[in-house]
Design a protein around this ligand. Structure first.
Ligand SMILES: Nc1ncnc2c1ncn2[C@@H]1O[C@H](COP(=O)(O)OP(=O)(O)OP(=O)(O)O)[C@@H](O)[C@H]1O
Ligand SMILES: [Mg+2]
Length: 489
């Protein structure tokens, strides 16, 4: 009696178990979150030395899902522990780092379905238990929820393992592809895990990287994060939204993927990578890094999380800046190549015109002097009409006994004194006397041909739009001239 009075006078924190179960279940809003919850249990709670294999069956027609594992299974005591909401994780208690943390995953089925059935075998004993959402929601007291027992520790030959059966799913359609994608994303760091969804074996897929950078924290960041390594990879192409970013793990468990503030900046979508920070999992500070929402977002108010973001943000940004610079250079050189090509075509047009003019001039000269016609013979590089000078290597015809204009003494026509320079020659027929030689002294075509060159060049906005440098026979076009800027940038 006295203890009753005592308890009435004291206050206790209690929980309304049915509401607790259903409110936690509500966090598992879709099939991928629900299925992953039981798959991760199946991969995690295994006998030492077992390679975990989990089979997921999604039956869209009957609105059923099953998740079968080859884990350690549960005896009756194990099942009692399984049904404790927010139960302490026994593996963690023993110091084994596992993903399970909150003791709420078991409720996931009620986020989308009516029935949760657990068939489990441990050491030759099989138990089957069942819980219905309708029964849970009918309970309006904070009492424990009775679980229906179908079989209790019945002897069996079956191997250890558990099958979770979820029935009467309320979703209109179960999206298998979405489930597979979600599982594959989570499996990235899970060692030796095999998961089948219907007949599909989940694969770990990572984008292909073209370069990789490693960073270690220093100073105060190292004090907070420990001796960890941040790996930043660069993809060869921009990545999809769910693939870029640095994945944050703790003891191989994925918690978030982030670009830590550089999202949306130029080239950021090429960056991916990972960091594993075991200290995150060990954190016992009052502001915890994780919550039970399965949101895949860490708590930025936690000190370690903040330090991780700072570390990732600064390093990812330094890689990003490098990429931006490289990209600019690449574009510039591509642009330069394009400009050079354009310059070449302009030069070709000018030279063709010049060549035409030149041969017309030569013909006129020939007619006016000795009746010699240069003909329409095409000239080739290295032995162009314009490139030949008087010599003894190449068959040539003399078109003018005197030097060309540009020689000392002024233009030939108007020059007062006849010049004593060598005669002018043009390419002759093969039988002609060898009266010519290439103007550069060589017989090959490696020298620059006698025509004009065109070059695009940044020469400042105040300089001329174009400039001809006679000594180089080059026309420079100023790509920084205001009239050209918009064309070339
Ligand atoms: N497939 C399984 N095989 C063996 N034991 C299991 C299995 N699933 C769950 N358990 C046991 O039941 C406990 C409760 O599971 P539950 O998923 O609810 O919580 P948790 O995994 O500890 O934490 P979290 O809520 O973060 O997932 C687990 O800690 C584990 O001991
Ligand atoms: Mg769990």
């Amino acid at each position: 009696m006295s203890s009753k009075i005592e308890s009435e006078n004291k206050l206790f924190v209690k929980s309304h178990v049915p509401r607790d179960l259903l409110q936690n279940a509500a966090l598992f809003k879709n099939e991928k979150l629900v299925i992953w919850e039981y798959v991760s249990n199946g991969l995690e709670y295994i006998e030492e030395g077992t390679n975990p294999i989990v089979f997921v069956t999604i039956d869209n027609r009957n609105k059923q899902i099953s998740i079968k594992d080859n884990g350690r299974g549960m005896d009756w005591k194990g099942l009692q522990n399984f049904f404790i909401m927010h139960g302490e994780n026994l593996d963690r208690k023993k110091g084994r780092p596992v993903r399970g943390m909150f003791g709420t995953g078991k409720s996931a089925a009620f986020g989308i379905a009516e029935v949760l059935r657990v068939r489990t075998v441990r050491n030759g004993k099989r138990s089957i238990v069942e819980l219905l959402r309708s029964e849970v929601s009918k309970m309006n007291r904070e009492d424990p929820i009775p679980v229906r027992t179908i079989d209790k520790e019945k002897p069996t030959e079956e191997e250890n393992g558990t099958i979770i059966e979820i029935e009467d799913v309320h979703l209109q359609k179960l999206n298998q592809a979405d489930v597979i994608k979600y599982i594959e994303r989570h499996l990235a760091k899970w060692r030796n895990a095999t998961v089948y969804v219907n007949n599909h074996e989940c694969e770990i897929s990572e984008p292909v990287s073209v370069s990789t950078y490693s960073f270690k924290p220093e100073g105060s960041l190292k004090d907070i994060l420990g001796d960890v390594e941040l790996t930043i990879r660069v993809a060869g192409e921009p990545l999809d939204k769910d693939l870029f970013g640095v994945s944050i793990y703790s003891n191989g468990i994925w918690h978030e993927t982030t670009l830590a503030g550089i999202d949306g900046r130029e080239m950021a979508q090429y960056i991916f990578g990972e960091i594993d920070v075991p200290k995150l999992d060990e954190d016992n500070s009052p502001i915890t890094p994780f919550d039970l929402s399965r949101s895949m977002h860490l708590n930025p108010s936690n000190e370690i999380v903040r330090a991780i973001y700072t570390f990732i943000g600064s390093k990812a940004d330094s890689v990003r800046r490098m990429l931006v610079k490289d990209e600019k250079e690449r574009k510039a050189s591509e642009n330069a190549k394009k400009l050079a090509k354009q310059a070449e075509s302009i030069a070709d047009i000018i030279n063709e015109d010049f060549q035409d003019f030149r041969s017309r001039l030569l013909k006129a000269k020939a007619r006016g002097t000795k009746g010699f016609d240069t003909g329409t013979e095409k000239v080739s590089s290295g032995t162009n009409d314009d490139d030949l000078i008087f010599g003894s290597q190449i068959p040539a015809e003399i078109v003018e006994p005197q030097g060309d204009f540009g020689s000392e003494g002024g233009r030939r026509v108007s020059g007062k004194d006849p010049r004593t320079l060598s005669p002018q020659v043009t390419k002759g027929s093969p039988n002609s006397e060898k009266l010519g030689k290439p103007s550069n002294g060589e017989g090959n075509s490696s020298h620059s041909r006698g025509g004009f060159h065109v070059e695009f060049k940044p020469m400042s906005k105040d300089a001329n739009r174009a400039l001809y440098v006679g000594s180089e026979r080059t026309i420079y076009i100023n790509i920084e001239h205001p009239q050209l800027v918009c064309v070339f940038h």
